[in-house]
Each structure stands twice: as C-alpha cells, then as structure tokens.
Write a protein that binds this ligand. Structure first.
Ligand code: NDP
Length: 339
C-alpha cells in the first residue's frame, strides 16, 4: 500500500515526473531576457546559429516600441511602420527561425564568471543557461509628485499613443523636451484640440527636426522655463498648475489628459549585485562588444545604451550579442574538448 490509496504506481510515477519536471531546472544554451528590437534580433541570430534560444518577453512584450507610433527611421520601411506592428514582425521572424519565445519575467539571477548562469523566471522556474543575453531595455520615468501618482491611470499617462485617444477633441498637456515628448506632442496634436508642452528649460533637448515640427504645429503651445507644480483634480485630471521657474509665477490650465515624457531608466535592478553598472544603472559593456563584466553574460539594447537608444541601434547590438555569445560558447566548448 502506498501513501496514495487511490493511485496506481504508474500514476504516481507520472505525477512525480511532472512534479520534478516543473521543479527541476531547465538547461538552455542561450537565454534571452527581454523582447524589444534587441531581444528579438538576438533571438533571430542565435536561432540561426543553432543555439536554440529561449526568450522571455517580460512585462511589456515587444518593449517600448509597442507604445510608440510611426517609426520612420528604421531602414527598410520607406512608408514608415507602426511600432507594435514592427515588433510583431520581429517576433514572427524569430519564431519562424526556431526561437522559443515565452511569456514570463526574469525575477532574479545568479551569475558566475564563465557560468553556467542561473535565472529564475516568475519566481518559480529555474533556468540554467550557458549564455545569457540581457535585453531588458528601459522604463518610463515619472515626475514623482503625489498628484501625478494619485491620478495615474485617471488622466495621467506615460504613453500618448496608448491613451491619447481617450482625450480626442480635448485639451491635454505633455511634459518633457526630448524627442519622445516632441513625437508624442505631435501625435496628440492630431487628435486633441490643444496640446500644452511643459519644457523646464528655455530650449529643447530634442533633435532640431522634431523641435521644428512641434514649433510649427498651430495647436501646440510651448511653455518654456515651466515646471509642473501639481496635477489638479480629485478623481480625474481636470487641470495643471504650472510654475514659471524664472519668475516664480504659477498658472492653472484646464486639461483632461496629462502625459509624462521625461526619459527612461534602464531595467537592470535584478542584475546589480552581479554585473558592473554605471552611475545611472546602465549595464557596462566592454567597448565595441556586448560582453558584460561577467563572462558568458551579454547585454544589448537600451539596458546598456544611454547614448543612441534607437530601434536600429538596439537591433544592431542584439545581433552583436548573439554573435558574441555564439563565439564565446564555441571557444569555451573547444577549450573544454581539448583538455
Ligand atoms: P531624453 O532623455 O532625451 O529627454 C528627456 C526630457 O525630459 C529632457 O528634455 C529633460 O529635460 C526632460 N525632463 C527630465 N526630467 C524632467 C523633470 N523632472 N521635469 C521636467 N522635464 C524633465 O528622453 P527621450 O525619451 O525624449 O529620448 C530618449 C532617447 O530616444 C533619445 O536619445 C532620443 O533621441 C531617442 N528618441 C528618438 C526618437 C526618434 O528618433 N524617432 C523618438 C523618441 C526618442 P532637460 O532637457 O532639461 O534635461
């Protein structure tokens, strides 16, 4: 008699097998964490190199491009392409070539020089990987004022493309002066009645082309030297208190939507104990390569790039990471075989 009176031995074997399979680590040659242009390109190259890559997509499958509009600067799309559609094509290409794309999030890691590397997915599934490619990208930054937090999702958003539609025909504001803010302001200007751009200095950070576009859009009003004092409204956004940081004067403007476009932070927290990061949290890679400070761990895309941060540069570094990983692993296998 076993401890499970209603179960036959064979059934117990099957249950135990299923239990151990779900609780024992899975071994992979190449694990890719993240699914923007960097992650998918790495998957395409690693799959073609027969590394049987497994890619975990993370919280935002497709990465930041899934919350952008027209991508006009990615070569090969003469008419431009929508960000989400482009990521869908990247994904399909990776799958067709044999990459195993999975929904899930790397929640912790244990990196050892030379590996193998341990990565925990969703806090419960352990992966042992011979090589790891980090392509976790970066996330939107917030102003950090209480009213912004309180009204987040009730008129406050970090994604004009996702949420702008809710405010069609109405007045909105966007804070930021980089390319993202300009791109989103232009997008909002097409569907909203009026767009206020809150710029904290007396000049833009964005490229001249983007800047000219917003300056020449009649329904965008740029408020220079201006900071957001408070987002107004009890349960939904009703306005914005803007302070001129030269004169100190404040002004309330009536708006229904408030968009924050002030840059991004790299998604690298889970790696900080194991990898060298710079003062802003970006993963440090060896110049001209995707090698991190731990052998066998590579990094591509915005998690290591604060300079260019373009889809095309992210894709390029994803390609580099897969090539670096493949060459590193081949050299390692050759040296083990020669012992
Ligand atoms: P950036 O870091 O380039 O710009 C952030 C902007 O937000 C800056 O103007 C900054 O002001 C402002 N800002 C930061 N913190 C605050 C704050 N607390 N209050 C008010 N304003 C604040 O980020 P982006 O997301 O715009 O761009 C990131 C990268 O992606 C860039 O390299 C950009 O060129 C690229 N990009 C390219 C696109 C394209 O080519 N199609 C589209 C979108 C982005 P300040 O200038 O005073 O520091």
């Amino acid at each position: 008699m076993n401890g499970f009176p209603f179960l036959q031995c064979q059934q117990i074997d099957v249950i135990l097998y299923a239990y151990f399979m779900s609780h024992s680590p899975e071994h992979v040659e190449c694990l890719i964490i993240g699914s923007g242009p960097a992650g998918f390109t790495a998957a395409i190259y690693a799959a073609r190199a027969d590394m049987k890559p497994v890619l975990y997509e993370g919280m935002q499958p497709g990465g930041q491009l899934t919350i952008t509009t027209d991508v006009e600067n990615y070569p090969g799309y003469p008419e431009g392409i929508m960000g989400p559609e482009m990521m869908d094509l990247f994904r399909k290409q990776a799958v067709r070539l044999g990459a195993d794309i999975r929904f899930g999030m790397a929640t912790s890691v244990e990196f050892t020089p030379g590996g193998p590397q341990k990565v925990m997915v969703d806090g419960m599934k352990e992966i042992i990987a011979e090589t790891v490619i980090i392509a976790t990208g970066a996330s939107a930054r917030w102003l950090g004022i209480p009213s912004e937090q309180r009204l987040n999702g009730s008129g406050v958003s970090a994604c004009a493309v996702c949420d702008g539609f809710f405010y069609r025909g109405q007045d909105v504001a966007i804070v930021g002066a980089g390319d993202t803010a300009c791109e989103e302001a232009s997008y909002l200007a097409k569907i909203c009645n009026k767009v206020y751009m809150i710029v904290r200095r007396d000049e833009f950070r964005a490229s001249k082309a983007m800047q000219h576009r917003v300056e020449n859009t009649p329904n965008i009003e740029i408020l220079y030297n201006s900071e957001t004092d408070e987002v107004l409204g009890d349960t939904v956004v009703e306005g914005l208190r803007v302070k001129n940081n030269v004169t100190g004067a404040t002004r309330d403007i009536a708006i229904k939507g408030f968009f924050v476009a002030i840059g991004h932070d790299p998604n690298t927290k889970i790696f900080k104990e194991f990898l060298e990061l710079d003062e802003q949290g970006y993963i440090v890679t060896r110049p001209g390569s995707t090698y991190t400070s731990v052998e066998g761990v590579f990094c591509a895309g915005d998690a290591q790039d604060k300079m260019y941060r373009q889809a095309v540069t992210a894709a390029g570094s994803g390609c580099m990471a897969a090539l670096d990983a493949e060459r590193w692993l081949s050299a390692r296998k050759a040296s083990v075989a020669s012992i």
